[in-house]
Design a protein around this ligand. Structure first.
Ligand SMILES: [Zn+2]
Length: 131
């Protein structure tokens, strides 16, 4: 995750700080190594959003095109299912950035969960098909 709550305020990960996951309220640790993007990880192995994937630079760059308060917005269904939208606009449109392929049924469940949503897909990774 790009954001966690530190003393109740959304913050990006910086070395040596701890926070709280805005999705599930669990403790998080700032991970600020050299290889991966700076991010927050749950202290325990608990996964609060099974749709969450390790963020790539492609993914983070797209998210960064939007205001920070639109990024990583917690969304709860009537049934209590929790997911964190990559971007949610003030008018309620969810934008999900997808770098790698996902199975059709998972795609369908995301579309059903977020009523109003669009996908931004990295099409440069698809093989070129010549008819
Ligand atoms: Zn969490």
């Amino acid at each position: 995750m790009k954001f966690a709550l530190v003393d109740g305020i959304r913050q990006e990960a910086t070395t040596g700080i701890r926070g709280t996951c805005s999705g599930c309220g669990s403790p998080t640790l700032a991970k600020c190594g050299l290889k991966r993007l700076h991010h927050w990880a749950h202290v325990s192995t608990a996964v609060c959003d099974r749709w969450w994937e390790t963020e790539t630079e492609w993914h983070r760059a797209w998210k960064n095109l939007f205001p920070t308060e639109w990024q990583e917005v917690r969304h709860v269904s009537i049934e209590g299912e929790v997911h964190i939208a990559d971007v949610k606009t003030p008018s309620g449109t969810v934008i999900e950035f997808q770098y790698s392929a996902i199975p059709p049924q998972e795609r369908g469940s995301r579309e059903a969960f977020y009523d109003l949503m669009v996908w931004i897909v990295d099409g440069t990774r698809l093989p070129v098909v010549v008819p």
